[in-house]
Design a protein around this ligand. Structure first.
Ligand code: ATP
Length: 192
């Protein structure tokens, strides 16, 4: 089973994330995409970051009708802060027959060489890269690695930051995230 891991805070999950996940399924050999929700970092409390349980629940609500998408809380119980290599190692031990890959935006490649044990990540896990609109920016050498694979995806410049600002200002976020997620936020008065 080929699984692409899409890491994020998902505060909240939005249509940009969902379009990207569906495009990854369409344009690569991946059979499933798992959304790995980052836990709260006890050393870096962020004012606007909802609890990990609210963020996980919103991912579940967003994808409940799609059998190739899954919400994962695996990082909630791993030591914090969570490093990608540790999460990958944990997943590989827990699901030895699955093939895990990482899905990430091209912009992340610029700093990839600073990730903990990035050489080991590259050696053992394929990385699927999608464009993020940074046209013209020179790519680091790591981009040439055979484990780095590209796929085309539509660029949607939507961010959770923008959604949170809209909600705070009383503006509508309809169509920017799935309706059950919008209702979850509205009923609980989140991000106000
Ligand atoms: P924030 O605005 O709070 O920083 P975000 O919208 O960037 O949040 P994250 O949870 O940080 O959302 O995103 C998870 C991953 O999805 C990150 O790797 C991020 O680069 C990517 N991503 C965010 N928005 C989009 C989008 N519109 N299209 C494709 N990928 C996106």
């Amino acid at each position: 089973m080929k699984i692409g891991l899409f890491f994020g805070t998902f505060n909240p999950i939005h249509t940009g994330h969902l379009i990207l996940a569906q495009t990854a399924l369409n344009e690569t050999f991946l059979e499933y995409v798992w959304f790995l929700v980052s836990p709260q970092n006890p050393f870096k409390q962020k004012k606007n970051l909802l609890s990990e349980y609210d963020r996980l629940r919103m991912v579940e609500l967003a994808i409940e009708d799609h059998d190739q998408l899954r919400a994962s809380n695996v990082e909630f119980t791993l030591p914090k802060p969570s490093y990608t290599i540790d999460t990958l190692t944990h997943l590989r031990e827990r699901y030895p027959s699955y093939e895990f890959s990482i899905i990430m935006g091209e912009d992340n490649l610029q700093h990839f060489h600073k990730w903990k044990n990035y050489e080991a990540i590259l050696k053992y896990y394929p990385i699927y890269i999608y464009p993020r609109g940074g046209a013209g920016a020179a790519l680091p050498q790591v981009a040439e690695h055979p484990h780095i694979r590209r796929f085309e995806a539509p660029l949607l410049q939507l961010s959770a930051t923008y959604l949170r600002a809209c909600i705070r200002a009383g503006k509508s976020v309809r169509y920017m995230l799935p309706e059950p997620v919008r209702e979850y936020i509205e009923i609980r008065g989140l991000y106000k």
